[in-house]
Design a protein around this ligand. Structure first.
Ligand SMILES: C[S@@+](CC[C@H](N)C(=O)[O-])C[C@H]1O[C@@H](n2cnc3c(N)ncnc32)[C@H](O)[C@@H]1O
Length: 391
């Protein structure tokens, strides 16, 4: 009861027992009313809970698995905001790479530092642009190709790259070029038990950082907390995991000091995501890979049981076969991706020009209906956990 005086607590429990809200059972008090135990999702206003725990949840679009987007909880955002004010003088500038929710937080908070975000995710940038101000700026660019001269030099870089070597190298390379000598780079990396061989990967990453003139200064294990995205909720359920705790994922915070300029060259890394095109229907984000040509007949290949990929790892080989990928981690392979995308765009205003349009619209309708229902289950799961944590 978080420090409540035990005598006050006893009085409260006895009063609730007299009012039949509780009953005394041996040495325990038991809740009498079903209603108190089972939370009715229609009744409470969820927004205050989501605002308290989830970083700008109501404001940003649901993350898509192809972006590896794990958002920090408010607890982590507050920690990082505090860290920024400790590391920087008021006149300093801070560069964020792949940290949209921190950007939202810093745009809304009254801090003196100038903040710049480099991000490529269109729907997220559109939303963030509404709250950016003359102190906070967004550069829409791909970190793998962006020019450091367009971004300028900063006193501090905070980044959260996808947790894979090739991504991390690209983020770190650009960060090192955009950091002033003496500046600090803060990075979130996967904790020790994230996956097999992560120990070796981390040593390789630190070695790469050192080659960019960055010296390891501190490492704080599991300092950051992430809110499980909807796609991961679906993936875990599909893999048979029950009773998921939505804030189970954490990140280690590592800081580096930039000791010197280097002339290291950027490695070429072309990500396959550039071939994916997105359409959003009723908040369900559907992406289609248009890198292959259409076959004569329209067919759908179901790649996994129940169509939900039971993993969120980029190394899952089945991912390569999919050319449809939804924000609920559903994957399919369609034989006519261009036609599929064409009719995905006419979903809300059908042209009725072909039989395939109707087939594709019915298929999309089914996906959207499933994912809307599953998203409600996801909200319930998060809400119960937030309720539990706030007790
Ligand atoms: C792992 S998420 C981190 C999100 C962060 N924890 C937050 O709460 O804001 C990675 C972010 O990097 C962005 N990103 C990934 N690759 C990128 C690239 N090549 N260029 C720009 N942004 C990229 C994604 O869009 C996503 O927002």
């Amino acid at each position: 009861m978080q420090g409540l005086d035990p005598v006050e607590l006893l009085i409260l429990l006895n009063t609730l027992t007299e009012n039949n809200k509780l009953k005394k059972d041996d040495d325990y008090w038991v809740i009498n009313e079903e209603r108190i135990l089972t939370l009715d999702m229609n009744e409470p206003d969820l927004n205050p809970y989501f605002k308290k725990y989830m970083g700008h949840f109501d404001f940003l679009k649901s993350p898509h698995p192809l972006d590896f987007e794990w958002r920090n909880t408010n607890k982590s955002l507050n920690y990082l905001t505090e860290l920024i004010s400790q590391l920087n003088r008021p006149e300093d500038s801070v560069l964020l790479m792949g940290m949209p929710t921190l950007f939202a937080n810093l745009s809304l908070k009254d801090i003196p530092q100038k903040v710049m975000l480099v991000e490529r995710n269109g729907p997220i940038i559109d939303t963030l642009s509404k709250i950016a101000n003359d102190r906070t700026k967004i550069i829409k660019a791909d970190i793998f190709t962006a020019k450091s001269t367009d971004i300028g030099k900063h006193n501090c870089v905070i980044m959260d790259p996808p947790w894979y070597t090739l991504h991390l190298f690209q983020f770190v390379w650009l960060a090192a070029k955009c950091l002033k000598v003496g500046g600090t780079m803060v990075i979130s990396i996967p904790p020790m038990n994230t996956r097999p061989n992560i120990d070796r990967e981390r040593v390789e990453w630190f070695d790469f950082c050192q080659k960019q003139g960055l010296c390891l200064e501190s490492l704080q294990p599991s300092k950051l907390q992430y809110a499980m995205p909807f796609f991961e909720f679906n993936a875990l359920r599909s893999a048979g995991v029950k009773n998921i705790l939505p804030f189970w994922r954490t990140g280690d915070v590592v800081t580096f000091k930039k000791m010197r300029e280097t002339d290291t060259q950027r490695e070429l890394f072309i990500e396959e995501t550039s071939e994916w095109h997105e359409q959003i229907i009723d908040n369900v984000r559907i992406r289609v890979n248009l890198s292959t040509t259409d076959a004569p007949e329209f067919e759908v290949d179901n790649l996994v049981p129940l169509d939900i990929l039971p993993s969120v790892s980029s190394r899952d080989p089945i991912r390569k076969q999919a050319n449809i990928f939804t924000s609920g981690n559903r994957i399919f392979k369609v034989s006519r991706p261009h036609e599929f995308f064409k009719y995905l765009k006419t979903y809300s205003r059908p042209t009725r020009e072909s039989e395939n349009e109707e087939i594709i619209h019915n298929f999309i309708k089914e996906i959207v209906n499933f994912e809307k229902q599953e998203f409600n289950d996801y909200l319930n799961c998060i809400y119960y956990e937030m309720e539990r944590q706030s007790l």
